[in-house]
Design a protein around this ligand. Structure first.
Ligand SMILES: NC(=O)c1ccc[n+]([C@@H]2O[C@H](COP(=O)([O-])OP(=O)(O)OC[C@H]3O[C@@H](n4cnc5c(N)ncnc54)[C@H](OP(=O)(O)O)[C@@H]3O)[C@@H](O)[C@H]2O)c1
Length: 335
């Protein structure tokens, strides 16, 4: 038997349901069965719980993009992993579960020194930050980098990655009391309002945008010549615990459209990022998993886990994130 948390109805955090599953999970030939210890909670899970996530499967479904745990069994064609190995894995949905069976190429064996708790906090944050800063943004030594949502899971890793690459980093938050958290990673911290009020905070080579809507046009003005902006989220469309169609519409309509000629004249680049689409490509999964191995050492990435909630308290895990009360990552623990 295993347990899983499902989205059966859209709505507030209380709509998440914990269910027992009696069916035995068996790994297919190319799969690895993992006894999950921790599942990562992401902003996207909140959007899908509200029915605001077009990529989500039809209800009922189990959300969750990432887990860490112990290999319980491997399929007949799997090599390089054995029962008992400590691993992290990307799960394209299904991660809010005490057991998962996933293809071998989505599983990464952990170095002995890396804690299981931190491991569940890594896959989404790392892959997203890597795609945005390195694959798309080509951030390099001396660049000036602006990271929005700097206190979240992705933001924390993005700051660490940019600093390790030798960039000068500015982190943004909507919560003044979290500025010290950003500064603790060696970045300058501003609230969104402080940035908007001070036009001299500018000439960025790279911006990581998470709010979407009008914030993109505002941040574009801060880019230096040849600057790149990566748009990865629509945070501005979320608030109040449930879907708010007016808020969503305002964010979507506020999102700018870029004529190529205007980008040419301004010497700027705009990227859109959907990591899920990249991770559907087996070659990219292999490439990024190899990069993770190297980057863990090269960039010294260290996810910050704010809190681990027992699976029975998943509602509180979602509330901590959506009420902007978390710093770094929130996890679900399976005992
Ligand atoms: N495109 C992709 O492939 C991809 C992949 C992963 C994540 N993302 C996006 O990256 C962003 C960060 O994701 P994450 O999982 O790292 O986030 P997270 O850890 O859940 O971040 C939560 C933090 O976001 C800030 N925030 C800003 N606007 C908010 C709002 N309307 N409601 C609640 N919190 C808000 C708050 O920080 P402050 O209090 O400091 O403002 C909050 O504490 C999200 O937009 C997510 O959708 C995109």
């Amino acid at each position: 038997m295993h347990r899983e948390i499902r989205i059966e109805k859209y709505g507030d955090a209380a709509k998440l349901v914990l269910r027992d599953q009696r069916a035995e999970l068996q790994p297919k030939p190319e799969e690895v069965l993992i006894d999950v210890k921790y599942s990562g909670v992401n902003f996207a899970d909140i959007q899908m719980r509200m029915g605001l996530y077009p990529d989500a499967p039809p209800r009922p479904f189990v959300p969750g993009y990432e887990v860490s745990g112990i290999v319980e069994a491997v399929g007949s064609s799997v090599s390089g992993l054995v029962p008992g190995d400590r691993v992290l894995a990307g799960t394209y949905f299904g991660g809010y579960s005490s057991k998962v069976s996933v293809p071998k190429n989505q599983v990464f064996k952990l170095p002995s020194s890396f804690e299981l708790e931190k491991a569940a906090a890594l896959p989404v944050s790392y892959f997203t930050a890597r795609l945005a800063l390195i694959e798309m943004g080509r951030v390099r030594e001396g660049d000036r980098v602006l990271i929005e949502c700097a206190t979240g899971g992705v933001g924390t890793i993005a700051i660490q990655m940019a600093k390790s690459l030798g960039a000068e980093v500015v982190g943004l938050t909507t919560t003044p009391s979290k500025k010290a958290y950003i500064e603790s990673y060696g970045a300058q911290a501003f609230t969104v309002e402080e940035l908007e009020a001070d036009p001299s905070i500018a000439r960025f080579d790279f911006v990581l945008n998470a709010s979407g809507g009008r914030s993109i046009s505002k941040q574009l003005k801060r880019l230096d010549l040849t600057g790149r902006i990566v748009c990865m989220g629509l945070n501005a469309s979320v608030g109040g615990g449930r879907a708010n169609p007016l808020r969503v519409l305002k964010t979507v309509l506020g999102t700018p459209i870029f004529p190529v000629l205007s980008l040419m004249n301004k010497n700027r680049g705009v990227y859109g990022l959907n990591a899920l689409r990249v991770l559907e490509d087996a070659e990219w999964v292999e490439r990024l998993t190899k990069a993770l191995e190297a980057d863990l050492v090269r960039l010294g990435l260290d996810p910050h886990v704010d809190r681990v909630f027992p699976c029975e308290e998943v509602k509180d895990a979602h509330l901590l994130l959506e009420n902007k009360a978390a710093k770094g990552k929130v996890l679900i623990g399976w005992s």
